[in-house]
Design a protein around this ligand. Structure first.
Ligand code: C2E
Ligand code: MG
Ligand code: MG
Ligand code: MG
Length: 291
């Protein structure tokens, strides 16, 4: 069997691709229902000050309580949602839950930032800044507590529009982070023009930094670049104490990763943070001295 490939050439017919399409369609239909049936839930992963270990905020990461497949991670349905308009609705659901959670934390006396990931379609949507502004007002959450994370590629898809939307968001007081930094296609010229607040170094460099000299050089240079541009630098995917220690030495500002805590449901997060701030944090910091 031969079928036309996307590149205009010929590709060998692969029956599993067809199954894939059927499965994708099914998942898409189910995701549509999931939005209406409240099956999407937000998990929170702490972002900590690299020196003190204090929690400064959390990243909101969507999960799907699928009726038959269990809890699905973002990677299992976000790319699919991003290929359709569904992603816009999904992101608004996540934004709503995340901002409401920031309010809950404020009411508990915790001033924690919350970060939400944005997709391409949203960065081309000039209604977004007003929607975000209304949301923050409704929940009485200071705009500086909300960070929106965008990747370089998201921005570069329609840079002109993205620069405008991000500028409006920033004018409203919301923070902007460049996510997965170092993996996409952007130039330093854009980074400068974007006027962002935070640079998140992609976890692929962080995971390799204790064993690969090149990764270490990239991490070190990116921290310096970010600081020279006046940005806060965050390392994502910090999996062990040795990497955390190293990032302290390099002067990174904030860490996020399994060495602190994997993403948790909101109620689990509350239990976790209480224990972390009571003694877990000091234990972790103490352990760093020995690595
Ligand atoms: P991201 O924004 O780079 O989020 C970080 C991902 O790394 C999360 O995966 C997190 O669980 C995982 N992670 C955290 N610490 C570690 C670690 O120490 N080691 C390793 N190996 N991984 C770690 P998750 O939750 O599966 O999300 C995957 C991606 O899906 C996110 O990458 C983000 O781009 C996207 N995503 C998640 N939630 C949303 C959302 O609500 N909207 C949109 N548009 N995208 C989302
Ligand atoms: Mg992110
Ligand atoms: Mg990331
Ligand atoms: Mg990532």
């Amino acid at each position: 069997y031969l079928a036309k490939g996307n590149g205009g050439g010929v590709a060998v017919y692969d029956p599993t691709k067809d199954e894939n399409t059927t499965e994708r369609l099914l998942l898409l239909t189910q995701l549509h229902d999931a939005l209406a049936r409240d099956q999407l839930t937000v998990y929170y992963q702490p972002k900590c000050d690299v020196r003190s270990g204090r929690v400064v905020g959390a990243e909101a990461l969507v999960r799907w309580r699928h009726p038959s497949r269990g809890l699905l991670g973002a990677d299992q349905f976000i790319p699919l949602a991003e290929s359709t308009e569904l992603i816009t609705q999904l992101t608004l659901v996540v934004l709503e839950q995340a901002v409401a959670q920031a309010r809950v934390w404020l009411d508990q006396g915790r001033r924690l930032g919350v970060a939400v990931n944005l997709s391409v379609r949203h960065l081309a949507d000039v209604r977004l800044p007003e929607q975000v502004d209304a949301l923050l007002r409704r929940h009485r959450v200071p705009p500086a507590l909300l960070t929106l994370e965008v990747t370089e590629n998201t921005v570069m898809t329609d840079p002109h529009r993205a620069v405008a939307v991000l500028a409006m968001l920033r004018a409203a007081g919301v923070r902007i982070a460049i996510d997965d930094y170092g993996t996409g296609y952007s130039s330093l010229a854009y980074l400068k023009r974007l006027s962002v607040d935070e640079l998140k170094i992609d976890r692929s460099f962080i995971i390799g930094m204790t064993s690969d000299d090149n990764d270490q050089i990239i991490v070190r240079s990116t921290i310096d670049l970010g600081h020279n541009l006046g940005l806060q630098v965050v390392a994502e995917g910090v999996e062990d104490a040795a990497s955390w220690r190293h990032l302290q030495v390099l002067g990174c500002d904030v860490i996020q990763g399994f060495t602190v805590q994997a993403p948790l449901a909101a109620d689990e997060f509350d239990t976790w943070i209480t224990a972390w701030e009571a003694n877990g944090r000091l234990d972790a910091i103490g352990d760093l001295a020995t690595v």
